[in-house]
Design a protein around this ligand. Structure first.
Ligand code: NAP
Ligand code: F7E
Length: 329
């Protein structure tokens, strides 16, 4: 290699086994990055989402609960960019495990920031902030300047992660930016989140493997985008000269009921025949309406989502239907 040839860019992804981590790894590999993924120890491997690229990744053990592990990974692998996607990310669980959620989703961010400050303050950081920070919304649509009013221990933890990122940026001059991402979904979404719970149930009902679908609040409204579109925004944010926070959203909102209608009708079913209300899925405090204003990201980053609501729902139902059909053959 000529000594003038540009060095391969190296990125570390925490949360690489999750939905976003896997799409971001796909994207960064396509861009020619060397990708290091931090994985936490478990008694069985959970590499389903990255199995197709596993031989192209460097997977290293570490945990957001353990700062030493973060420092050692940075020292050994010297990434140019870190994407902190790891978190206890399920809102409902955050009421049952509020302290774990705080340790991981809030303090975990400080551990990442501090490891970067200690090892190499030139490393650029992407922090996964969330529209859940807006909670009981103070403005419609929500933009970067909208005040936060979180409604769950998860939302509160994300507000901490957001502000500690700003604080380290201002205190130590780190190139650290947060993406305030609205809900984004895909066939790789965890089965506990409402969109995937619905798409999976629709496919099972169509195939005669399930009778009913028990849900909580059908009136909640969300701004749902496609995860693959959203990981590109994460990368674009780290390519800017100056660090800055951005809302990433579609600008459209739909209710859980509308998601059901669209998903069931895709396979010629009527959701009213199958969906039942179950108190167990209601939350102690709800986020009623989220809709983001992505105009700053569109103008500054040149980012725009490609996939719309109808296409997203169809893609998820079709993927679950195909997988389940092949399993029962
Ligand atoms: P996800 O599928 O739940 O993935 C979470 C990842 O975090 C998994 O890889 C998980 O590892 C890892 N993790 C959890 N605790 C950890 C710990 N203590 N140490 C190291 N890793 C740990 O979440 P996602 O949907 O991809 O979301 C990615 C990030 O964006 C999260 O921070 C989430 O809060 C945030 N976010 C998501 C959305 C959305 O709509 N998807 C919107 C806004 C913000 P295991 O596989 O071992 O469990
Ligand atoms: O709930 C309602 C529920 O769990 C969406 C995470 O990625 O996005 C996600 O958080 C809505 C809520 O996502 C059921 O009450 C009704 O109003 O799919 P969800 P979420 O809570 O919006 C944000 C942006 C993140 O940052 C989070 O990490 O759907 N809902 N019935 C239900 N929700 C679930 N899970 N299950 C139900 O049966």
């Amino acid at each position: 290699m000529s000594k003038y040839e540009p060095m391969t860019r190296k990125a570390l992804i925490t949360g690489i086994t999750g939905q976003d981590g896997s799409y971001l790894a796909d994207f960064l590999l396509e861009q020619g990055y060397e990708v290091v993924g931090m994985i936490r120890r478990s008694s069985t491997l959970n590499f389903e989402r990255i199995a197709h690229i596993q031989d192209k990744l460097t997977l290293v053990p570490g945990d957001l609960l353990d700062e030493v592990s973060m420092i050692n990974i940075l020292k050994e692998h010297r990434p140019h960019e870190v994407y902190n996607l790891a978190a206890q990310s399920f809102v409902q669980t955050s009421w049952g495990q509020p302290v774990l959620t705080g340790e991981t989703t809030a303090l975990g961010v400080t551990r990442v920031l501090d490891a970067i400050r200690t090892v190499d303050p030139e490393i650029r950081l992407y922090q996964a902030s969330s529209s859940e920070m807006f909670g009981k919304v103070q403005e419609v649509p929500q933009k970067e300047s909208t005040p936060f009013y979180p409604r769950s221990p998860y939302g509160v933890a994300k507000v901490y992660g957001h502000w500690i990122t700003i604080n380290y940026r201002e205190s130590y001059g780190l190139h650290a930016s947060s993406g305030i991402l609205f809900n984004h979904e895909s066939p790789r979404r965890g089965l506990e989140f409402v969109t995937r719970k619905i798409s999976y149930a629709v496919a099972k009902i169509k195939l005669g493997l399930q009778d009913k679908l028990a849900l909580g609040n059908l009136d909640a409204q969300r701004d749902w985008g496609y995860a693959q579109d959203y990981v590109m925004a994460m990368w674009l944010m780290l390519q800017q000269d100056q660090p800055q926070d951005f809302v990433i959203a579609t600008g459209e909102t739909h209710s859980v009921r509308e998601f059901c209608e669209t998903a069931f009708s895709y396979l010629d079913l009527d959701y009213k025949d199958y969906v039942i209300m179950d108190e167990r899925f209601m939350r102690p405090a709800e986020v009623d309406l989220l809709v983001g204003d992505p105009s700053n990201a569109e103008k500054t980053l040149g980012w725009k989502r490609k996939v719309g609501f109808q296409e997203l729902v169809s893609m998820m139902v079709q993927a679950d239907y195909d997988t389940l059909s092949s399993q029962i053959k």
